[in-house]
Design a protein around this ligand. Sequence first.
Ligand code: IMP
Ligand code: MG
Length: 184
Amino acid sequence: MNKDIEKILIDQSGLEEITTRLAAEIDRDYKDTGRPLVMLCILKGSVMFYVDLIKKINRPVEMEFMKVSSYGAGTTSTGCINLHLDLKRDDYEKLDIVIVEDIVDSGRTLSMLTALFRDRRVHSVRTCTMLDKPERREVDFTPDYKGMEIPDEFVVGYGLDYNEYYRDLPYVGILKPEVYRRNQ
Ligand code: IMP
Ligand code: MG
């Protein structure tokens, strides 16, 4: 285990179970729609979860990517969302979109993104998150597909970062608080 990790919260087999279950739920809900299903990866945090998830979905999907940021440096949200890479299509009204996120915290990122696609008149938009920290919610938001609820701890690994590090860890772990205290 990485020396900066206090505890492994979800190991590789736990992650495997989460992606298998969520892929089955998505397959069930979007079976025979006759419309394109766009699996929209929110860069960079959800990349690992996203690729494992879409490999397990049996129906055809389209891969799309967006890049947003709500966090500045460190472990606290700035409360403002920047759109760095947008999804531009000319067939929004035909699309079912599932936005794939690593973690829901205040809820601002996903509520802003769902509102954005509703404005663009997509056929439907839902959200799928690997992790959820419901205690931290600042806006009223509930994900449609959820891997696991976790307590209010700062977690890294399997895509999730602290100042861009730890994304490559093959598990989700709680970061030792002394690691971010050191940098504050
Ligand atoms: P929200 O807009 O406050 O819901 O923030 C969601 C974003 O905050 C996620 O996409 C992550 O990038 C980041 N985030 C929230 N909690 C954590 C955490 O524990 N570890 C790493 N990133 C986090
Ligand atoms: Mg993120």
